[in-house]
Design a protein around this ligand. Structure first.
Ligand code: NAD
Length: 431
């Protein structure tokens, strides 16, 4: 196992030089990163295609596009976010002035997953740079082509003492986690999130944990079923269901189940064609292990849409399973693949009761026109974030901090929330 103390030491020395704290330095770095992404765009798209068979259109939007727009938004606002702000002074301290000064933590560690291997590695780095930190990035070993491009972009164009990519497997993560970083930003599974939290606790290092979970999608009796079918299919089957905020399972009112399933089937055929296993643009499952895990679910309940798979290509068709019960294997852990189990309900209080007894999900989606029902769900269920009459789109707004709660994570990022995540707010009273 390698020792990364030397890397952290040179980053610490560089951080202490004060260069990264200069706001113009941060702006210049973000501009340089933007230029590098543009210059490497085709290589990034090709790498993601090779790693996950992600189509160029999807990768352009969800990998490169989201990162570029995060950089632009940060560049527009960074100078004002980084200012020291005066706040009112309590009457008990009359005569004094009070300030809040955002300051970088120091050297941060970012550990990234494979499902959006470029976006989920670089987007946190945008926040780390904006906050004025140095950073070490450990991308996922399951997407080696993208990891290699990340290494090329950062290691060939920035000094190790500022931004550095360390490629490697679990042992590399484990070795990095032994070091005394000033902040850890982890995106990945809930199980590994606990390992990261434990390692961070040894040094009392603050963490953001962007984890997963089973995100329920509720379609009520009064929902617009055409919109629901379109938006559920898009959120669930993009990237072959390997999206942390994808609808995990469907809870549908019994009165609209049959028409909704018929519409979902039509949308899937219209979007991906009749022979999806041969569709060159449908995403692959990331590995044999994940393929076997997902294929095992196909015997749960009854297949009403899809069901075909090809292990040699790691493809599983968009599949809908009806007649599922809460006790089925597919209902125990996050699915993270293109399989949508369906459960029906009559009384909304039954599903609320079921959801709140489970670990807090990363997202929840509700399709209904009934404002009172929206309020009932929002007031009674804790989840990271979500959408009403839509899926997954909340995570692409700069104005909505993105993160989980409980088992789905802690902390948040995107837009100003990223700057806040990578900054310590120092309170000063001046007499
Ligand atoms: P993962 O937890 O297996 O791996 C994530 C990273 O942790 C990788 O870089 C990996 O090398 C490292 N890692 C793995 N095992 C480790 C260990 N024992 N000790 C230290 N480091 C270790 O997750 P994944 O399979 O890459 O990603 C899928 C999971 O990530 C899903 O649960 C998904 O919901 C979640 N996710 C969450 C978000 C979010 O923003 N909340 C985004 C994407 C994915």
């Amino acid at each position: 196992m390698e020792n990364y103390q030397g890397l952290l030491n040179i980053q610490r020395t560089f951080f202490r030089s004060g260069e990264t704290k200069d706001v113009q330095f941060r702006i210049n770095t973000l501009n340089k990163l933007k230029d590098l992404i543009h210059a490497h765009e085709q290589a990034i798209l090709d790498a993601v295609k090779q790693d996950l068979n992600k189509s160029e259109m999807e990768a352009r939007r969800a990998e490169v596009g989201l990162v570029l727009s995060e950089i632009d938004f940060t560049l527009e606002n960074l100078a004002s976010w980084a200012e020291t702000k005066e706040v009112p002074t309590a009457s008990s301290h009359e005569g004094a002035k009070s300030y809040i000064k955002p300051e970088p933590y120091g050297s941060v560690l970012v550990i990234a997953p494979w499902n959006y291997p470029f976006q989920l590695a670089v987007s946190p780095l945008v926040g780390a740079i904006a906050g004025g930190n140095t950073a070490v990035l450990k991308p996922s070993e399951l997407t080696p082509k993208t990891s290699a491009i990340l290494s090329r972009i950062f290691n060939d164009h920035f000094p190790d003492e500022y931004l550095h990519v360390v490629e490697g497997e679990v042992e590399t993560s484990t070795a990095l986690l032994k070091e005394d970083f000033d902040y850890i930003f982890f995106t990945g599974s809930t199980g590994v999130g606990k390992i990261v939290a434990e390692a961070a606790a040894k040094h009392l290092t603050p963490v953001t944990l962007e984890l997963g979970g089973k995100s329920p999608t509720i379609v009520h009796a009064d929902a617009n079923l055409d919109e629901a079918a379109q938006r559920i299919a898009r959120g669930k089957f993009a990237n072959a269901g390997q999206t942390c905020v994808a609808p995990d399972y469907l809870l549908v009112h019994s009165s609209v189940k049959e028409p909704l399933l018929a519409k979902l089937k039509d949308v899937i055929t219209a979007t991906y064609g009749d022979n999806i296993v041969q569709n060159p643009n449908f995403g692959h499952v990331v590995s044999d292990r994940h393929f076997d895990r997902l294929a095992g679910f196909l015997s749960n309940g009854k297949i009403v849409v899809g069901g075909k798979s090809d292990r040699s290509q790691l493809i599983i068709e968009p599949t809908i399973l009806d007649s599922i019960s809460w006790d089925d294997p597919i209902m125990q852990d996050e699915i993270f693949g293109p399989i949508l189990p369906v459960l029906e309900y009559d009384d909304p209080s039954d599903i609320i009761d079921r959801i709140v007894k489970r670990p807090k999900p990363l997202a929840l989606y509700l399709f209904s026109e009934d404002e009172a029902f929206h309020d009932e769900i929002l007031n009674s269920v804790s989840f990271g974030g979500g959408a009403i009459n839509d899926t997954i789109s909340h995570m692409t707004s700069h104005y909505l901090p993105f993160g989980g709660v409980g088992a789905s994570g802690m902390g948040a990022y995107h837009g100003k929330a990223s700057f806040d995540t990578f900054s310590h707010y120092k309170s000063i009273l001046k007499r």
